[in-house]
Write a protein of this length. Structure first.
Length: 400
């Protein structure tokens, strides 16, 4: 599509969305009565508020081309989809479209590790020195628990200049996963392990390597055995390359002055972030994952209780709605509508939020196809995304 035609297309799309002429919300799935007229009205009002937020978000200057939210209350699942998954043909986002989930992948590393903890194959007190003796001696006392709640002090490999140079030299071909930590092998710990919270992508690389050492199998194989299989996730994978299976949600540049925005969907090989952000999933699978992960389907009650021991000052990146606190590969979001547990993520082209009620019975995912954080994106857009995420939580917890 030529530049002028694309500009006209996006302008018309935004106008129609604001006018309500092309509202692309998927109708609710047929399900049982939610219980009582008052409760049903509350749920309907919460869904309408979410729809309004998502419509306004995609219509903003610098807003994402598309947004999709999955809200599930018990067995009732609703899909709210606005905007487009592909600017070239205007196709809307669908619940089974593949997408990059960015740092939400860290919850999957937590799921695999905690499942093994529950089975006795790993301990939260296992150290890097015991499990990964080839790593720097200065890291040897760091425990699995500290890796999972980001109190390890490990330097973040994605912040090293050597990593950035290697990445830019070959975006679509990543090194073997065990090489990722070598970019910071000569760096000191940022602080004494366990003394403070600081988010680090290195943490979840080390977690995945511990999973491999404990089982003698690949991390990808353990994801299938410990997570995908038990939760019935059929379209979730951890690829090494940059390709995405069709159909997929295209991820775009967040610069509002770039028209049309650059498509980042296949820009970088997933192996460059591996366990810290390389997973490809779908809105449907992400919703099923967070329900099972929070709901305790993957490990015993004792392990879940340890997972929810939060760290003061811990918050997800980007921040989720409400007040954030960090547990083990999970975050607590205390909002005006109630408390949920989940994770966020962002990379060029995608921003993710997923959460569930403490028992896993209520859940929500919000996915947009551009990178949005307090620092990234046009002014006011991340604030609008946070509002949409909050309204999604309120919709998930409505009619209780």
């Amino acid at each position: 599509m030529k530049r002028q035609a694309m500009l006209l297309f996006t302008t018309v799309m935004a106008a129609l969305l604001l006018a309500g002429g092309m509202v692309l919300a998927q109708a609710p799935e047929v399900s049982a009565n939610t219980g009582g007229d008052k409760a049903a009205k509350q749920a309907k009002a919460a869904d309408a508020a979410l729809d309004l937020s998502l419509k306004e978000l995609v219509a903003m200057r610098g807003g994402p081309p598309g947004a999709i939210a999955v809200v599930q209350r018990g067995q009732v699942r609703e899909v709210h989809s606005f905007g487009t998954a592909n600017l070239k043909n205007g196709r809307r986002m669908k619940i089974d479209d593949r997408m990059r989930i960015a740092s939400a992948a860290k919850a999957f590393s937590g799921a695999a590790a905690l499942s093994l903890v529950s089975k006795g194959a790993l301990s939260l007190n296992d150290t890097i020195g015991e499990r990964l003796p080839e790593q720097p001696k200065a890291w040897s006392e760091v425990t699995l628990r500290q890796l999972l709640n980001h109190t390890s002090g490990l330097p973040d490999f994605t912040q090293s200049q050597s990593f950035r140079d290697a990445l830019l030299a070959n975006l679509t071909k990543a090194p073997p996963p065990e090489k990722l930590l070598s970019f910071v092998k000569n760096k000191k710990l940022r602080f004494e392990p366990g003394s403070k919270y600081q988010y680090s992508n290195s943490d979840n690389i080390a977690v995945a390597l511990m999973v491999e050492e404990a089982t003698g199998r690949t991390y990808e194989g353990q994801l299938q055995e410990q997570v995908y299989g038990p939760l019935g996730l059929r379209k979730t994978t951890l690829p090494r390359g940059a390709n995405l299976g069709k159909p997929y949600i295209h991820g775009y540049d967040n610069d509002p002055s770039a028209q049309p925005p650059e498509d980042y969907s296949k820009l970088v090989a997933a192996g460059w972030s591996w366990a810290s952000g390389g997973i490809v999933s779908t809105p449907a699978d992400l919703n099923d994952f967070i329900r099972g992960y929070v709901g305790g389907e993957l490990f015993d009650f004792r392990t879940r209780a340890r997972q929810r021991q939060v760290v003061a000052g811990g918050g997800s990146e980007p921040p989720g709605p409400g007040e954030n606190s960090a547990g083990l590969a999970i975050f607590r979001y205390e909002t005006k509508c109630g408390t949920v547990w989940g994770h966020t993520g962002n990379i060029p082209g995608y921003t993710q939020f997923m959460a569930a009620s403490p028992n896993g019975n209520r859940s929500v995912t919000v996915s947009v196809n551009t990178q949005l954080t307090p620092e990234n994106g046009a002014p006011g857009v991340f604030k609008a995304l946070r509002q949409a995420e909050l309204r999604a939580v309120c919709a998930a917890l409505a009619d209780q």
